[in-house]
Write a protein that binds this ligand. Structure first.
Ligand code: ADP
Ligand code: FDM
Ligand code: MG
Length: 215
């Protein structure tokens, strides 16, 4: 049997709708973790720096076209190509904050019409986060945060479907107990305070338990 690491870091996914404040909160969280002298790093998904990431980037910018299945598998492959490093780093004591992860992967593709179970399959076996922090924002509040950007999925119809799929997935994974839903309509500081509490809990949980895999 694999020995259980006693001082590993935590693996934490920040998920949510576009403009919910994921990237803002991830940056603030990284600053605070580093200020407190913790070993922590940020992992954005998609990671657009790799060869696969560059294909994803050009798809999102609509400079290339891909079949829905093909891009779905590329998003998953982008996670798999980084999985070994994530696993190694967490076991060496690094806390890794992920700006989006498999949950975005499932809901965006399912929102386009691919089957929910089909969408989950390629990600099974990836490192499972100790906590998934879901930043929940109403459509009205999202609209207040300014217009859409230029990327492929930043259109109202897609955003509505993604919102529905996130609701569906939240119900589906409820029993797993690792989703924490936060009201992302609060101020940046309030949301940060709540996230900080959840991160400390996740780090506590991570002590003495091995990292699990996505079922
Ligand atoms: P995401 O990464 O989830 O798409 P961002 O962090 O890029 O979201 O934030 C989207 C926009 O909303 C930015 O202009 C950001 O400054 C603003 N914003 C983020 N959090 C809040 C908040 N709690 N209240 C009001 N505006 C926010
Ligand atoms: N996205 C992100 C997916 O469709 N599948 C995935 O697996 C992931 C991780 O890519 F529209 C979508 C979600 C969003 C876009 O935007 C990435 P950001 O601004 O880089 O998070
Ligand atoms: Mg972002």
């Amino acid at each position: 049997a694999t020995p259980v690491p006693t001082s590993r870091g935590a693996l934490i996914a920040i998920e949510g709708l576009d403009r919910a404040g994921k990237s803002t909160q991830c940056d603030l969280l990284m600053e605070r973790l580093q200020r407190e002298g913790k070993k922590a790093r940020l992992q954005k998904f998609p990671d657009r720096t790799t060869t696969i990431g560059k294909m994803i980037d050009s798809y999102l910018k609509s400079t290339s076209q891909l079949d829905d299945h093909a891009i779905h598998l590329l998003f998953s492959a982008n996670r798999w190509e980084l999985a070994a490093k994530i696993l190694a780093d967490v076991n060496e004591g690094w806390t890794i904050i992920m700006d989006r992860y498999v949950y975005s992967g499932v809901v965006f593709s399912a929102a386009k019409g691919l089957g929910y179970e089909y969408c989950r399959t390629p990600d099974t076996g990836l490192p499972r986060p100790d906590a998934v922090i879901f930043l929940d924002l109403s459509a009205a509040d999202a609209a207040k945060r300014g217009g859409f950007g230029e990327e492929r999925y930043e259109v109202p119809k897609m955003q509505r479907r993604v919102r529905e799929m996130f609701q569906f997935m939240m119900e589906d994974v409820r029993d797993e107990g690792d989703w924490k839903v936060l009201d992302a309509g609060k101020s940046v500081e309030e949301v940060q305070g709540e996230i900080w509490g959840l991160v400390e809990k996740a780090e506590e949980f991570a002590k003495g338990t091995g990292l699990r895999s996505i079922a």
